[in-house]
Ligand binder design. Structure first.
Ligand SMILES: [Zn+2]
Length: 253
């Protein structure tokens, strides 16, 4: 199956990749939804990621800011899975990199920001719920470190949060449209480390398949799309991605 996936990718000009939490676990960022995930272990963590509780309760926001400061993502480094996607872009085959992750490890690895479609936003930016202002998250975390428990927007006094899509919050239609358009243009669509259970993003697989793309799924656990995929590759993402996305000369070494 790995050999077949590799050949499709070697022959393709437009590869679209969708990544989920599974690609970042080898970088030390836990999968929030998995059996060992934070949400499963701590129901309060789920409350913090719900926009209604977040806006209504200063205590929830206070805890959220402490959580953001303590995130393992601040020191996480891209792993061989991320680097394989950079190589795919260098081979001029990466049409779009749709990600459900908010850690920006794709950009840190070296993928062009204009290739990355962040359907759930980025934890490295903040946004103001009142005026919509955005900026680097570290600016707000500095205020938290200096003693502000729930820093307000300096322009309008509004509630600040990370520029990510919380539960109960609408996805950004333009971003989703862009992701679906890219999926429709794929010759090979590779879903990596995503449970493919969150819609509408998982629907990108249907769109790519209807448009005639080969579907490759790389995920440790089974997904609802395994039956319609042309190749299902379970196992270590850090090992499989370099094997299917790297240049042929590298595989012969
Ligand atoms: Zn504001």
């Amino acid at each position: 199956m790995i050999e077949a996936a590799r050949k499709w990718i070697d022959a393709a000009r437009r590869v679209v990749v969708l990544t989920g939490a599974g690609i970042s676990t080898d970088s030390g960022i836990p999968d929030f939804r998995g059996p060992q995930g934070l949400w499963t272990k701590n129901p309060l963590a789920e409350k913090m990621s719900n926009i209604h509780y977040y806006l209504a309760d200063p205590q929830v926001r206070k805890l959220s800011w402490q959580n953001r400061m303590a995130s393992p993502a601040w020191t996480a480094k891209p792993n061989p899975g991320h680097l394989a996607l950079v190589e795919l872009e260098k081979r001029r085959k990466l049409h779009a990199l749709i990600t459900q992750n908010i850690d920006e490890l794709h950009q840190l690895a070296g993928n062009s920001p204009d290739k990355v479609i962040e359907v759930h936003g980025s934890m490295r930016r903040f946004m103001c719920w009142g005026c919509g202002m955005r900026g680097p998250m570290q600016l707000v975390l500095e205020r938290v470190r200096a003693g502000e428990e729930d820093p307000a927007c300096r322009d309008c006094g509004g509630i600040l949060k990370s520029d990510t899509i919380s539960f109960g919050q609408q996805l950004v239609p333009e971003v989703i449209d862009r992701a679906m358009q890219a999926a429709a243009e794929a010759e090979v669509f590779v879903a990596v480390g995503s449970t493919l259970q969150v819609y509408p993003v998982a629907g990108a697989v249907d769109i790519a398949r209807s448009a005639g793309a080969k579907i490759v799924i790389v995920n440790a656990q089974p997904t609802p799309y395994d039956d319609v995929a042309h190749a299902v590759l379970p196992g270590s993402i850090s090992a499989i991605l370099p094997a299917i996305l790297g240049s042929a000369s590298r595989s012969l070494q």
